[in-house]
Design a protein around this ligand. Sequence first.
Ligand SMILES: *Cc1c(COP(=O)(O)O)cnc(C)c1O
Length: 379
Amino acid sequence: MIYMDNAATTALSREALQEMLPYLTECYGNASSIYRFGQRARKAVEDSRRRLASLLGVRPMELYFTSGGTEADNWALLAAAENAGGGHIITSAIEHHAVLNSCKYLERRGFSVSYLPVDRRGFVRPETLEREIREDTFLISIMAANNEIGTVQPIAELGTIAHRHGILFHTDAVQAFGQIPIDIEGMHIDLLSASAHKLYGPKGVGLLYLRRSVRLPALLHGGAQERGKRAGTENVAGIAGFARAAELAFSDMSERAARESVLRDHLIARIEREIPDCFLNGDRRERLPNNVNFCIRGVEGESLLIRLDQQGICAGSGAACSSGSLEPSHVLRALGLSHADAYGSLRLSLGRETTREETDLTADSLREIVRELRTQQES
Ligand SMILES: *Cc1c(COP(=O)(O)O)cnc(C)c1O
């Protein structure tokens, strides 16, 4: 199998699994118990919080563990909205559904939302953001890097604008965290969402960074876990695995990015050279080091994925959550692509283990599959 879908999820690293195992076996105590057996679990949770905080350059008390990126996004938006009581939110048209559908929900609850357009390469323009700000805007939420086309947003500029107007700034950094540098202070970030399973950690655990000066209501009501803001017995093993995975991702971030972007550009170059009538989506330079996204004219994304799967290659089209639906990707539509082009899209996302040979095999298969699908259509 050739795994080219690391933007959908990554393999759990051996190191993260090792870190988790004690809390799935002998050390099963409840982190909220008084006895020392439970206190070992408590220590694992608080150690993990400290380690993650130090990677982000924030205080441990500013991090809250969640069940993943979706929960962190929901929390950020819903809590900011509840706190404001009414008013206006600005986000972009290319956000993950966790943000977009939270905004849709808030619209039904009487809030107004602006979905900023992006340019052809997927950038939110700072001047577009500035123009959209209203008297009652209380939150701006723009993703750090896009999960489909890999475009990395000018977060520092956007955050500066938000803060100049005294508006809260949230970023969905699920794709960026552990892949590209994030500077909470320099980028003026008040709230940030991250998820473990996108950086070789376990599924079902993530975090919300919440700046200490920002007071927001709780997400889940119950016990006093997460300082009363997110009740529920802690996912100790998941949290420990998350911390380990993040440490590893940060420790080799620049070498990994350098290595993956060489493979990425090699794959892009081969596809552009060998497959007629296709084009790259997203920006060429300001792009996640592992993301390749193409529109291939005259073939359906679905058929491509099925044929690649038959060759043992796992790839993605739109977002994992919207494939299976007949709607073309909202991200590609926002770039201005036609319905037809948006249907013919393919995302290949490389990972830590991807080899040059695998990128070559993928390019070979893709070229043959596209040729066959196009001949079938002609006849
Ligand atoms: C995967 C992803 C999410 C959702 O994270 P989960 O942990 O799977 O809930 C949110 N935003 C982006 C950009 C993502 O890529």
